[in-house]
Design a protein around this ligand. Structure first.
Ligand code: FES
Ligand code: FES
Length: 187
């Protein structure tokens, strides 16, 4: 049996105890902050750059509350290190209206119209995922949409309003019918 050879030691690229400059384009604006190599992107956005619209729930990639777009692609900010975002574009929920002349986007308006949120804790992440997803699949079937939404935990809405909002904004009939107050729904 040949002798085991040890791997050559890897050279650390970033010193663990040093805060490194991280420059991003956040919602179209160049921003620079500092981060230890282990700092999560979610914490960097909230605590270093003051972008509090991104929520932090489970912090291990399950709930989807922290979802942002990194170079256009929806990612879990709690599973991404801040230093990985250096030199890249980040879009958060604050940027949706900012990129729409200060007005809520059609998707946000549909959420409002269809009561697609209650406490709102999950909403920023869902909006960012949907913004990416609908760019790639502009007319999802309800089944496809529910499959996509399975990556987000919402404890309040039962998802019915979210499905209705997306079916509405994509110009499709369907979704779970609205329920009246007697059935536990909203007017
Ligand atoms: S906080 Fe990131 S997935 Fe839950
Ligand atoms: S609206 Fe409360 S968790 Fe979704």
């Amino acid at each position: 049996m040949p002798p085991l050879t040890s791997r050559p030691p890897t050279t650390p690229v970033l010193a663990a105890e040093t805060r490194h400059a991280v420059s991003v384009v956040l919602n179209g604006t160049p921003r620079t902050g500092h981060a230890h190599p282990r700092l999560l992107l979610s914490d960097f956005l909230r605590h270093e750059l003051g972008a509090h619209g991104t929520r932090v729930g489970c912090e291990h990639g399950v709930c989807g509350a922290c979802t942002v777009r990194l170079d256009g692609v929806a990612v879990r900010a709690c599973l991404t290190l801040a230093v990985q975002a250096d030199g890249r574009r980040i879009d958060t929920v604050e940027g949706l209206a900012a990129a729409n002349q200060g007005r809520m986007t059609a998707l946000q308006e549909a959420f409002r119209r269809h009561h697609a949120l209650q406490c709102g804790f999950c909403t920023a992440g869902i909006l960012m995922s949907l913004t990416d997803y609908l760019g790639r699949n502009p007319k999802p079937t309800e089944e496809e949409l529910r499959d996509m939404l399975s990556g987000h935990l919402c404890r309040c809405t039962g998802y019915a309003g979210i499905v209705r909002a997306v079916m509405d904004v994509t110009g499709q009939a369907g979704g779970v019918p609205a329920r009246g107050p007697a059935e536990g729904g909203h007017v």
